[in-house]
Write a protein that binds this ligand. Structure first.
Ligand code: HEM
Length: 129
């Protein structure tokens, strides 16, 4: 079951690296420098932590086959335009999350995890391109 595999993956990431949010956002900002300015007031990283948490929750819901969560992400894409976040940043963010987690886990990243993440991200066709 993809949701269980991804949940296990999140646990392992937390054990190996603690909170992955700083590494994920560092990578996102390297790829999309304009996004960093949107978090300029977020000096303590609370908003970034919240965005990471809601994103993981949404991806986990998507892994259960819950089409509600896919719809929620599509709605948030549109809502976030008003916050200055371009819709395609969501795809970049999802891909960056997977890449950073794969790097953190190294040899512990299994083919089953890779397949589960790819199936979830495939619900957002641009996330894997
Ligand atoms: C399923 C995914 C997501 C959900 C459910 C979500 C939800 C939210 C909510 C409820 C807010 C507060 C709304 C408001 O201030 O009007 C917010 C703000 C924000 N989100 Fe997200 N978000 C998601 C993904 C993302 C992603 C991928 C990014 C970019 C990396 C992002 C960047 C932001 C920014 C910059 C703000 C404004 C922060 C501020 O006002 O200081 N969000 N989001």
């Amino acid at each position: 079951m993809d949701a269980e595999i991804i949940e296990k993956c999140l646990e392992l990431v937390a054990e190996r690296a603690g909170d992955p949010a700083p590494s994920v956002f560092q990578r996102l900002f390297a790829e999309n420098p304009e996004v960093e300015a949107l978090f300029v007031r977020d000096t303590a990283g609370l908003v970034r932590g919240e965005m990471m948490a809601v994103t993981l929750e949404a991806l986990l819901d998507c892994a259960t086959g819950d089409s509600y969560a896919v719809g929620l992400v599509e709605i948030e894409r549109v809502n976030h335009v008003g916050l200055g976040v371009a819709p395609e940043v969501f795809d970049t963010f999802f891909r960056v999350v997977m890449t950073v987690f794969r790097e953190i886990l190294g040899d512990e990243w299994t083919p089953a995890m890779d397949a589960a993440w790819r199936r979830v991200l495939a619900k957002f066709p641009h996330a894997l391109s």
